[in-house]
Ligand binder design. Structure first.
Ligand code: AHR
Length: 495
């Protein structure tokens, strides 16, 4: 019933890329309007940005934010969202059947991102548009000046180029729900030509090719191979998307969802490396897991049509959901050698760790905490842990080890952080960690989330799910010992 973990400073996976702690803001529901942007709110600044949301975004430790979609981007005209607000058109957003006012657009997003201290990651529309519009938005954003589009940006108040480095070549174009769905071949060709031209506008950009919208897609695997064969030279990353939810009360399978994420990543790495071999390339394609989260999609009620910013997919998250989010972060860290970008989808209100009430408070969902604590404590080099633990059997994922864990080691400060989950629903699990080649260490932080009612939830008035101190953590020479209660996520930092 005990779990034994071994960690050694030589078990290195890769230096941690801070971009693993990214998020996503789409024009969907109340993510933008009454989420991060609400002119007239008591906490709004002169831009109309909610400073309470900005403060929570900084506290969350988010490093990069993808924008403006998502499905939304596949019908979006970026130029509608720039220039004098009074002359911006209201449009039908066909993806979510909402009205888009365009009061918030590219320049507002970049200004917001700077204030939040995050790197902007833009997606271009390859659903209804193509090479020219992608080059246009890039020229508008990044070209210093002296051309029609760059001068337009300057006239709109941004004298300096936005310098956006990360660009996604469309969104989920394999999905039949996507406006402008394509075959892998059509998409690969379009992505290649778009990427090639965008690099002529700005050679310093990094490009993300759309992978499948999920590993359950009928074209998964083939899509990646075909699109990569067409666009290998121009792209740096291929994207992955995954959403998990508890189905039919099967908590055990739900808690093991990161096992699925793990296999998904390995399959995409294998596919990308297969294409590398076939094409005889030196370059390795990295992975951008640019949409992942718990999302109760099966319970999603569609909002009435053609409203501006109606509530949509505002899932209330439980302690168990937070444990799954923490587990997914462990999985992403374990693949830090290939997964270089991760985006928790999304940031505010829509499937989000931060919630707001229009005109009211902003508050932290349960899932806020494992993200914020991982972003805070993960530093330096990611280290693999050898895990020996009893199995739990699950309907969906078979037998899986009850404990999962990963570590980071910051050579500069000497801090060793161990992130772990107990995905068992019944019993506490005593954990022994053998620490090899680190020298003397003592406990600096020991925090646990969960361990009580797995379905406890936060709201604007109660924070039932909050980090607690993990008690009785002992370090004895080269051994660290603690006990993980059922359905919990924990971090122990030693130094
Ligand atoms: O994040 C919500 C939606 O999920 C995005 O618009 C889409 O890309 C994905 O299917």
């Amino acid at each position: 019933t005990e779990a034994t973990l071994v960690v050694d400073s030589r078990f290195t996976i890769a230096p941690l890329d801070p971009r693993l702690f990214g998020s996503f803001v789409e024009h969907m529901g109340r993510a933008v309007y009454t989420g991060l942007f609400e002119p007239g709110h008591p906490a709004a600044d002169d831009n109309g940005f909610r400073t309470d949301v900005l403060a929570l975004t900084r506290e969350l430790g988010v490093t990069v934010v993808r924008y403006p979609g998502g499905n939304f981007v596949s019908g979006y005209r970026w130029e509608d969202g720039v220039g004098p607000v009074g002359s911006r058109p209201a449009r039908l957003d066909l993806a979510w059947r909402q009205i888009e006012s365009n009061r918030f657009g590219l320049d507002e997003f970049v200004r917001w991102a700077r204030l939040a201290g995050v790197e902007p990651m833009m997606a271009v529309n390859l659903g209804t548009r193509g090479v020219q519009e992608a080059c246009d938005v890039l020229e508008y954003a990044n070209h210093p000046g002296g051309t029609r589009l760059s001068d337009q940006r300057i006239a709109n108040g941004a004298a300096d180029p936005h310098g956006i480095r990360l660009w996604c070549l469309g969104n989920e174009l394999d999905g039949d729900w996507q406006i402008g769905q394509k075959t892998a071949h059509e998409y690969g060709r379009l992505a290649n030509e778009t990427g090639k031209a965008m690099r002529l506008v700005d050679p310093d950009i990094e490009l993300v090719l759309c992978g499948s919208s999920g590993s359950a897609m009928p074209t998964f695997g083939r899509w990646e191979a075909v699109a990569l064969e067409a666009a290998y030279d121009v792209v740096d990353y291929i994207s992955l998307h995954a959403y998990y939810e508890e189905r039919d009360g099967d908590l055990a399978s739900f808690l093991a969802s990161p096992v699925d994420m793990d296999g998904f990543i390995s399959s995409v790495v294998a596919t990308a490396d297969h294409v590398r071999a076939v094409l005889r390339k030196q370059k390795k394609i990295m992975l951008a897991f640019d949409e992942w989260n718990v999302w109760y999609m099966s319970r999603m009620a569609s909002a009435p049509d053609w409203r501006h910013a109606p509530p949509l997919a505002e899932d209330p998250y439980t302690a168990a959901d937070a444990v799954v989010v923490g587990g997914c972060l462990i999985t992403l860290l374990r693949h830090a050698d290939r997964v270089r970008i991760g985006c928790l989808a999304q940031l505010v209100n829509t499937i989000a760790p931060i919630r707001t009430e229009a005109g009211g408070p902003a508050w932290r969902q349960s899932t806020f905490h494992p993200f914020a604590l991982t972003a805070l404590h993960a530093r330096g080099t990611v280290l693999r842990m050898e895990i020996t633990a009893p199995d739990v059997s699950t309907e969906v994922h078979g037998s899986v080890p009850v404990v999962d864990a990963v570590a980071t080691h910051d050579e500069e400060s000497g801090r060793l952080a161990v992130f772990c989950v107990n995905r068992g629903t019944a019993a506490s699990v005593p954990v022994r960690v053998h620490l090899s080649a680190f020298g003397p260490l003592r406990v600096a932080v020991a925090t646990v989330l969960g361990g009580g009612d797995p379905h406890a939830c936060n709201s604007s008035s109660t924070e039932q799910v909050q980090p607690q101190e993990l008690c009785d953590v002992q370090v004895d020479g080269q051994e660290l010992r603690f006990v993980l209660p059922p359905v919990c996520w924990a971090v122990v930092v030693l130094r």
